[in-house]
Design a protein. Structure first.
Length: 131
């Protein structure tokens, strides 16, 4: 009986330790209205930029500025439509990982890539500091 109790206590302790992620890492989310806001992250933190858009209009969000040695895009941006209706808008999500200490400015533009001489419809900018 004592042996089962000891095994249970050890197993619980190991599962508790294993369930703890990297100490102190976090995910920060920014939305379109947060444009211009400075962000401070620690190495290992995640950043999500969540922006409204509608690709059926020909517009898309594209990153135009940012130092990948400090803040690295973690996979392809995702798009989720807000409904099944044709022409419905939705949400773009850009995910980044803070990979090294430093400073960068992250800039994304909402534009039509086939209209290179037309200014972007919207711009999202965030100065980033990774410690």
């Amino acid at each position: 009986m004592l042996r089962i109790t000891i095994i249970t206590v050890v197993a619980t302790a190991l599962l508790t330790i294993a369930g703890c992620g990297p100490s102190g890492t976090s995910t920060r989310q920014l939305h379109e209205q947060d444009s211009g806001q400075s962000v401070e992250l620690r190495t290992g933190d995640q950043l999500e930029i969540i922006l409204d858009g509608n690709p059926t209009t020909g517009y898309t969000w594209e990153q135009t500025e940012g130092n990948g040695a400090v803040l690295q895009l973690a996979g392809e941006p995702t798009y989720t439509s807000e409904s099944n209706l044709i022409g419905a808008g939705g949400t773009y999500v850009f995910r980044y990982a803070a990979v090294a200490p430093g400073e960068t400015t992250l800039t994304l533009i909402y534009h039509r890539s086939f209209e290179p001489d037309v200014p972007p419809l919207k711009t999202f900018t965030a100065p980033i500091v990774v410690r």
